[in-house]
Design a protein around this ligand. Structure first.
Ligand code: CMC
Length: 427
């Protein structure tokens, strides 16, 4: 086995550490016995150089702007599979082999999409003004009180039920949170509709379970809208050991109920440095208001005395164009051509921001490119989804990834409780 040698220049001592093999990307030095061998810790705030686990789910090459799910490039996945196929791929390791398997899995999700009435009662007590992300994390934590059947860590079937149930219910919870926030009555899932269509239906339907009536009759949820949202979910489905996934694993490492760990993941995603950025991007585009203000805005972003950042730009891993951003930008232009009209002003400002930023020394030097959150809000707005639901949409998309990562963690007999050290500098 290849090793690396650490030399303590103070004492002259040498220590060998194994290099862990991998199938793609950088190898890692196994520092798990660093302290036992040397009496010192490694220091890596933000874990920029630290691998917390070995994983088989998704792979990112940040230099080349590449993202793979289960070894397949993201663009191929988006072209070939529906979101529910991707969910199956991630949580079981196998995509549906044929149409029947695909339909069977999707139907299972439809039938699991209902909420316990008592959960609805609990959520009804939240203030209308609550952010949907707060409702969601609370609701998922509360699900652990309704589904306490996760007891036997050796029963692998329980992991699958746990994952399928939450993937099925999360759109219902998001729709519920939205309707609650506007004081509208809750619309129950309609199992005659597919996973994505049903979500749009629960957002849009009127009491009596009808969609909007116009002089031309009842409006439809179009296949193009469903396809667009399906692709957006897929593009968010998994992304290595990002902050929320790491949170899910860390919380799960204590042996807690899986829904408590997933609830923690939702909270981690909420922050504007992570999934919450998609909401802030739209705020910024609206604040800029006009293409002529873009240069002034970029100057403010570059001002180091101001902590202000260009939202939807930059990434810890990608130092080139985020492939998800590329796919979302293409999708935006394609949908626009096919008849889902994007807000032309917002779209123009976003593209001008990108153009100015990508030719600016500040962004070039730091490898700052648009990330997944930069263009998604423009499409979501065209799908009539309110800004407060942008991050919850990310939650729906990411749930299969979190669930898969959680299962991978729970199945790992060598996984230990997460318990980093500290460098004490106090009294
Ligand atoms: N605008 C302006 N400057 C930036 C930005 C930005 N969006 N992002 C990074 N920088 C600068 C930063 O100031 C630093 O400059 P310097 O070297 O002079 O101090 C340098 O680039 C490196 O930044 P960092 O903060 O050390 O990078 P990080 O890896 O710790 O942070 C990030 C990554 C995503 C939190 C950060 O790029 C950011 O805050 N972006 C805006 C928020 C955003 O869009 N988040 C969504 C991320 S993608 C969705 C997801 O998976 O979460």
């Amino acid at each position: 086995m290849a090793t690396v040698t650490l030399i303590n220049n103070e004492t002259g001592e040498k220590f060998d550490f194994d290099l862990i093999e991998c199938t793609r990307g950088p190898k890692a030095v196994d520092f798990s016995k660093l302290f036992e061998k040397t009496g010192i810790f490694s220091y890596d705030p933000g874990y920029g150089s630290t691998a917390g686990c070995q994983s088989t789910i998704s792979y990112i090459n940040g230099q080349e702007g590449q993202l793979l799910y289960k070894g397949m490039p993201i663009q191929d996945i988006v072209d070939k599979y529906s979101f529910t196929d991707v969910a199956k791929l991630l949580i079981t390791g196998e995509a549906p082999k044929n149409k029947d398997e695909s339909v069977e899995f999707e139907l299972e999700l439809r039938h699991r999409s209902f909420l316990n009435e008592r959960l609805i009662n609990i959520l009804s007590a939240f203030p209308d003004s609550a952010h949907p992300m707060a409702n969601l994390s609370s609701a998922v934590a509360a699900l652990s009180t309704f589904h306490y059947d996760y007891r036997d860590p050796d029963n692998r079937d329980e992991y699958q039920v746990m994952a399928r149930r939450i993937i099925a219910k999360i759109p219902t919870l998001v729709a519920f949170s939205y309707r609650h926030s506007i004081g509208a009555p809750f619309i129950y899932p309609d199992i005659s509709r597919g996973y994505v269509e049903n979500f749009l239906y629960m957002l849009r339907a009127y009491p009596g379970n009808r969609l909007k009536y116009t002089k031309d009759g009842e409006t439809e949820i179009t296949p193009l809208e469903v396809e667009a949202l399906d692709k957006i979910f897929t593009l968010h489905a998994d992304h290595g050991q990002n902050a929320s996934t790491t949170t899910v694993r860390n919380v799960a490492s204590t042996g807690v109920h899986p829904y408590a760990a997933l609830s923690a993941g939702i909270n981690a995603l909420w922050g504007p440095s992570h999934g919450g950025a998609n909401e802030k991007v739209l705020d910024q585009l609206r604040e800029i208001g006009d293409v002529k203000n873009v240069s002034k805005f970029i100057e403010r972003v570059k001002d180091k005395s101001d902590p202000f950042r260009l939202m939807g730009f930059g990434h810890r891993v990608y130092k080139s164009y985020d492939p998800r951003a590329k796919a979302i930008k293409n999708l935006k232009n394609e949908l626009n051509k096919k008849g889902i009209k994007m807000d032309a002003r917002l779209s123009e400002i976003a593209e001008a921001l990108e153009e100015v930023a990508l030719s600016d020394e500040y962004f070039i030097k730091r490898g700052l490119y648009p990330n997944v959150d930069f263009y998604s809000g423009i499409i979501l707005t065209a799908l009539k989804i309110p800004v407060s639901l942008f991050t919850p949409i990310f939650v729906i998309g990411r749930m299969p990834g979190w669930s898969a990562q959680l299962i991978e963690h729970l199945k790992n007999p060598h996984a230990r409780i997460t318990r980093p050290r500290q460098v004490y500098v106090g009294k």
